[in-house]
Design a protein around this ligand. Sequence first.
Ligand code: GMT
Length: 387
Amino acid sequence: MKSSLDLAYLLYCRPHLGGSGVMSLELAKQMRRKGHNVTLISYPGTFLSSEEQEMGINLVQTQAINYPCFKSEPFSETFASVIANLGEEKNLNIIHANYAITHGLAATTAKRILERKGKDLKVLVTSHGSDIHTNGHHHLLAPTIEQILWESDAISFVSESLQTEAEELFPSIKNKGEAIYNFVDTDRFRFSEDERRSIRSAEKIPDGATVIYHASNFRELKNAQDLISIAINDKEEEDARFYFLMVGDGPEKTIMEDKVRSLGLEKYFHFVGKKENVVPYINASDIVVLPSKRESFGLVLLEGMACGRPVIGSRVGGIPEVIQDGENGFLFSKTDELYVFADQIRRNTDLGKRFGEQGKLMASSKFSVDKVVGQYESIYYKMVAGN
Ligand code: GMT
């Protein structure tokens, strides 16, 4: 039997919401369930649920330094010290940093501090996307990101497409990384008729309406405005119109709300803000749509699939690894196709059902907790063994 490990996760955690935080917190919980010691390291203001506390997960928060001459909080430095202190106190095996920028830099710095003191801390950096497809192309960030990835003991990418892009961008890290998909807990993300009814009634969505679900941080790259094109195309439709459940918050939300108002479409768009539990909103919907310009994976789609929803996504980044075109949903390349595909699913309920069933199957096989958590655990053991 393999011995249990001492693991630390450096992550964006509650109250921050977003795919990387959701994934890394869930991974940490799964590792704790497997008997490993787990410490979360995160920002001031982070909190654990009572379940997480009862499970024996530790939380260490860094603190703001508030030194007046600093232009911003030196989080890379304070996190590095937090990890190094933790590594001195106990025999920490692995620091799993989510994102190279800030977290990976802190982890590799802590590794060097501990090395000087004769301790061997292994660093795994998970690249969730922007380190490569956005910041990785910025000349003021790229050399540092490459160095962090190069210095780490192992790298995981949330999709094969992200790994390919990273290796093209930074040839020095070739053969170092591994694609490990995000996963979904199918016990939590599952269909419920009660939730469906309750949200549709609370949001006053008429019977027969087809509801499109979108969740994001409403940044420009999420391209949420494409959804308005569906509503514009739908103007001729009399009875069974599209309604939109828009979950999340971010810079483009107000722009979208203004646009929706100026087009007289406010009846159809329901901006419900940030939600800690998105499952009832997915269940209230009929199609999940992610029209991003860049996307390393698209966890929102996988959550929709687990709840048996057909999915539509743009043909970019890792989305084609989540959506099998014509099997569990549609991939689109041009905005006009978005309406055509959504309309096809609305008119052909059998097709929507078939897509939903296939998506559910994929969620519990290709993207299952057991499979993906097992992949991470095996990387941890390989790292500790020095492979
Ligand atoms: O999509 C975002 O802007 C949020 C970001 C995050 O930090 O949560 O998401 C990234 O990581 C998720 C979890 O691995 C992926 O599912 C998202 O596709 C990825 N976002 C982008 O690549 C834009």
